[in-house]
Unconditional design. Structure first.
Length: 331
């Protein structure tokens, strides 16, 4: 049997894939899914509610139908179960903030060739100084972590642990879930000062202000706030170059009590560095926005943990939607 004749269909599909991305982003930005809610509506009704052009709204609605993100009931458009759960901002599982964060990354991705040519980032962290951009980033991280944290808590045994450091913990989502699962656990969320109001509001909303405190600081330059028997590093290492990663892990190990445990949560590449797909693409995202950040293989991170003095290092199983994993080691 002859192999199929190559054709450009797959390449053209990849090249134009951003059209669907932009249609999704536009739908979220315009609050189409929230506007529709639980009631199917006509294009005219939706256009009037979002103050947009009816003809153009109809085009976008039909594209979202074709993408499987909306359903049609005669002349009316309704949400699917998926869009109602994740794209309607009244839903507790809303993912619109991370989608809008992805939208804010698009200009830098369009300059990927420049970053590859120079080896330098084309997106600076100052781009997130804008309050709206910062809000989408923090809320996006919160929404993602809210979905994954229960699985992490189920995978990690913190029985009899007393004091946890959530290093670079943002809004403290994981610290919240760990403390909910262990009534005796106290936690400190350590992150940049600009994160503090959002983190303290989030912690307060869960009724844990008496057990979780926020300590402001730069984890690369500031001393860590005390000693702990658990240190949690979630999605921190990929933002730093190898030298900073080794220094940060060493600093964290110094703050760890003897017998304490360190848990690293990140995207881990294969030893060959060419898979899985999401971490390889995320590594390019770090090229675009950081000075030396990258995804690391499990073997690279294990070597850093061992060099810092940890032992009994193991990979814990985690059902994650984006190939993130857990490495745990003991002092």
């Amino acid at each position: 049997m002859m192999p199929p004749t190559p054709n450009p269909g797959r390449l053209l599909g990849l090249s134009g894939q951003y059209w669907q991305t932009c249609a999704l982003h536009a739908g979220v930005k315009l609050k189409l899914f929230t506007t529709i809610g639980r009631k199917a509506r006509s294009a005219e009704q939706i256009a009037e509610m979002i103050q947009a052009d009816t003809r153009a709204v109809t085009m976008l609605l039909n594209a979202l139908i074709a993408m499987g993100l909306l359903r049609k009931e005669g002349p009316h458009f309704g949400n699917t179960d998926e869009s109602r759960l994740f794209l309607d901002e009244t839903s507790k599982t809303y993912q619109g903030h991370i989608i809008l964060h992805h939208h804010q990354l698009m200009p830098s991705w369009a300059a990927l060739d420049e970053a590859v040519r120079t080896g330098r980032p084309v997106r600076t962290r100052s781009s997130f100084d804008d309050p709206e951009a910062r809000r989408h980033f923090l809320m996006g991280m919160f929404n993602l972590a809210m979905g994954l944290a229960p699985r992490v808590v189920a995978a990690v045994d913190l029985t009899n642990r007393q004091r946890l450091l959530d290093l670079g913990g943002g809004p403290g989502t994981y610290a919240i879930h760990f403390c909910q699962s262990q009534p005796a656990l106290q936690a400190v969320v350590f992150d940049l000062p600009g994160t503090q109001p959002f983190a303290e509001e989030t912690i307060g909303r869960f009724g844990l202000s008496d057990r979780i405190e926020f300590a402001p600081g730069n984890y690369l330059t500031a001393p860590l706030p005390g000693h702990f028997d658990v240190i949690w590093l979630s999605h921190i290492l990929h933002a730093e170059n190898p030298e900073n990663c080794r220094a940060l892990i060493g600093k964290a190990v110094d703050a760890l009590e003897v017998g304490g445990m360190m848990i690293v949560h990140d995207f881990f590449l294969h030893a060959t560095m060419d898979g899985p797909l999401f971490p390889t693409l995320f590594m390019l995202n770090m090229l675009l926005g950081t000075d030396g950040g990258q995804a690391y293989s499990q073997e690279q991170v294990e070597a850093m943990l061992k060099k810092a003095g940890l032992h009994a290092i193991e990979r814990l199983p985690l059902d994650s939607p984006n190939d993130s994993g857990l490495l745990i080691g003991y002092k």
